[in-house]
Design a protein around this ligand. Structure first.
Ligand SMILES: Cc1cc2nc3c(=O)[nH]c(=O)nc-3n(C[C@H](O)[C@H](O)[C@H](O)COP(=O)(O)OP(=O)(O)OC[C@H]3O[C@@H](n4cnc5c(N)ncnc54)[C@H](O)[C@@H]3O)c2cc1C
Length: 448
């Protein structure tokens, strides 16, 4: 019987013809050659943390959980070779043992490295680009099983395409990453009035190495996460304080509030104010990888847009007003983060100082009308949707927002001329591969 695959949020599922689990690049290559012989399409999958249908396939799913080794560490240069299926938490723990770290991270570390790169996963901090900007080179296995080495010197266009690839070019087996010396972070989470924070936003973003705003719906408060890099010795929070913040407030409390909110949507503004009242100041001073990432036990779905940073405060105010004016039953904070520009063709931060604005809704609650209304606002700012998060764009609306769109498509046509790595999501957001028509499909992917 076909194996059923589901994403983290359990809202996307499919039954691939087969799931391949290679333990080496050689096995990966054989698996792709087998798929080619059988005329099947292929999708690589990481840890399924994307909210979109990006991983779904009725052909061959390639799960690289068995390819998670660190292959080589050069402490002097900071260059690290690593298999693409490694989970971020394992990678950062190993880097730490070698006195190294990733330059920046997002708010969880359960993704695979390849999955995080493929969708331009990011953290926050105006000096730091998305994770994929630190890819120096990679090895990619094409639909025929051939291994291609890609770096800036040998093939600059392929390198700029492969850093954020959506899995549309082939399966990446290995990365060479630029890492930095290990460092510690002092982070303070506290409530502040929204007006005060937005009036001072540019200064706050410039003052802190990593600054993030979590606007609490139906209130005039935001929770800010303000982090500075420091040489002070680690002083992790006490167990009670960590339990209250991580287990009770961020997970059990939020989960209970969302459950109540689903049962009594009209009570959501009151619930939101009660939750806000329970939030206190929280401090962490620890190694970077321990501070960046948190556990997320309440399952939700999410939309996130990259917009020019200059519009950040206005965009946040408009989304806050949308929720308040329509009394939308939303309890998850609206998240605002900041990154530096980069030059990967499909990076959501391509060529511009970027603010990322994200909205969330707990699973099983209605999200579409809310997300579409937010998207309409983001469209006005030329917003680019996070490739792993929900959106309603198509290749027609996306192409004009990416100056490197044609260059990406040329690399795609060169590396995957038959569209073997395409699925419904890629057909929607990237359109057809420029060259030969895609292969005939077999079976059907089941989607909710
Ligand atoms: C709780 C939660 C928190 C999150 N926090 C953040 C955050 O802070 N910042 C942020 O930017 N995003 C965040 N995300 C989104 C997440 O980082 C992205 O969706 C990421 O792509 C997930 O990685 P994954 O390993 O689960 O990849 P998957 O979702 O499994 O796959 C993502 C894409 O990668 C492709 N892919 C996987 N492996 C390969 C390979 N070897 N070669 C080529 N392509 C491949 C897949 O085909 C697919 O297109 C969060 C998601 C969740 C659920």
């Amino acid at each position: 019987m076909a194996e059923k695959w589901r994403n983290w949020a359990r809202q996307q599922s499919c039954s691939p013809t087969r799931v391949e689990r290679p333990a080496s690049e050689e096995q990966l290559s054989e698996a792709l050659a087998r798929a080619a012989r059988d005329g099947l399409r292929v999708r690589p999958v990481g840890s399924g943390h994307s909210f979109t249908d990006t991983c779904l396939t009725d052909g061959v799913m390639v799960d690289q959980s068995g390819m998670g080794r660190v292959l080589d560490v050069d402490r002097a240069t900071g260059l690290v070779r690593v298999e693409a299926g490694i989970k971020l938490h394992r990678l950062t723990a190993e880097l730490h043992r070698h006195g190294l770290a990733l330059e920046n991270q997002g708010d969880i570390d359960t993704q695979s490295l390849a999955g995080a790169m493929a969708t331009a996963t990011h953290g926050t901090g105006e000096r730091f680009p998305n994770l994929s900007a630190n890819v120096v080179g990679c090895r990619l296995v094409t639909a025929t099983g051939e291994v291609v080495e890609i770096d800036e010197a040998s093939d600059p266009d392929a390198w700029r395409a492969a850093r954020v690839s959506l899995g549309a070019l082939g399966v990446i087996s290995e990365y060479t990453l630029r890492c930095v010396p290990a460092f510690r972070i002092h982070r303070v989470d506290e409530l502040r009035p929204v007006g005060e924070v937005l009036a001072d936003l540019d200064a706050l973003v410039a003052t802190y190495d990593h600054f993030e705003v979590m606007a609490l719906p139906h209130t005039d408060q935001v929770l800010t996460y303000a982090s500075r890099r420091t040489d002070r010795p680690a002083a992790p929070p006490g167990r009670v304080s960590a339990w209250w913040n991580d287990d009770v407030l961020s997970n059990a409390g939020l989960g209970a509030a969302c459950h109540l909110g689903r049962l009594f949507p009209r009570a959501v503004p009151g619930i939101a104010r009660a939750v806000t009242g329970a939030v206190g100041r929280y401090e962490q001073l620890d190694d970077s990888h321990r501070v960046y990432a948190h556990r997320r036990r309440v399952r939700f779905t999410e939309m996130e847009y990259a917009i020019p940073r200059v519009h950040a405060a206005e965009a946040l105010e408009r989304v806050r007003a949308l929720i308040t004016d329509r009394r939308l039953p939303v309890l998850f904070p609206i998240e605002l983060r900041f990154t530096a520009p980069d030059d990967a063709f499909l990076s959501t931060a391509y060529g511009r100082d970027t603010a990322y604005l994200a909205v969330h809704q707990v699973v099983r609650a209605e999200y579409e009308a809310f997300f579409r209304a937010v998207e309409a606002i983001m469209d006005e700012y030329g917003g680019r949707p996070h490739w792993g998060k929900r959106h309603f764009q198509t290749s027609g609306t996306l192409a004009p927002r990416y100056p490197g769109w044609q260059e990406f498509q040329a690399v795609r046509a060169r590396l995957d001329p038959d569209g073997v790595f395409t699925n419904d999501y890629l057909a929607r957001v990237l359109g057809p591969v420029g060259a030969a028509p895609a292969r005939p499909r077999t079976g059907r992917a089941d989607r909710p």
